[in-house]
Design a protein around this ligand. Structure first.
Ligand SMILES: [Zn+2]
Ligand SMILES: [Zn+2]
Length: 170
């Protein structure tokens, strides 16, 4: 989503309204997959307050991801806001990491929106609050029925920790 800022760059008080959609492909982040059911809706503005250009936008949509416990599909709302300072890149000017620079008179918002999406997802979507998760032995989805595994099973990673605790006690 490219936005033409030529009408606001040098005019204090001017603004460009944003009302558009951005389509993203499936995103993978920290082992989770996010599939957008529809393009994300972007509503907001870029405003010149005399000192800087400010991007303010609300982004919303629907997506499908995986339950953090049982890996079943979960449909969830996407809803977050974006607030950034923008500035035209100038030769020899100091770079400030709090300001997003753009070249010429146009700015591409897709990467900014994608970054905010990743900052805003909690990574803890559940199919239901009492999801029973997967059996750690056979991998069966326990929401769909019990398996015959020994449920005294301890995850080997916890077992290793327990061993260390026992050793330090001796
Ligand atoms: Zn689940
Ligand atoms: Zn099992």
């Amino acid at each position: 989503m490219k936005v033409d800022l030529s009408s606001v760059i040098k005019v204090t008080g001017a603004e460009v309204k944003l009302s558009s959609t951005v389509g993203f492909g499936d995103a993978e982040f920290l082992g989770e997959t996010y599939r957008f059911i529809e393009p994300l809706k972007v509503e907001g503005r870029v405003y010149n307050n005399g000192q800087s250009l400010t991007l303010e936008a609300n982004v919303s949509g629907r997506m499908v991801t995986e339950c953090a416990r049982c890996l079943d599909e979960v449909e969830a709302d996407v809803e977050f806001s974006v607030h950034e300072l923008l500035s035209q890149r100038e030769e020899g000017a100091d770079e400030d990491e709090d300001i997003i620079l753009f070249d010429g008179y146009e700015i591409e918002l897709d990467d900014i929106i994608a970054d905010h999406f990743l900052m805003n997802i909690s990574g803890r979507y559940l199919c239901s609050d009492d999801c029973k998760g997967l059996c750690p032995v056979c991998g069966q989805n326990l929401n769909h029925g019990e398996c015959d595994c020994d449920n005294e099973y301890i995850d080997p990673r916890w077992q290793a920790l327990a061993d260390i605790m026992n050793q330090t006690k001796e």
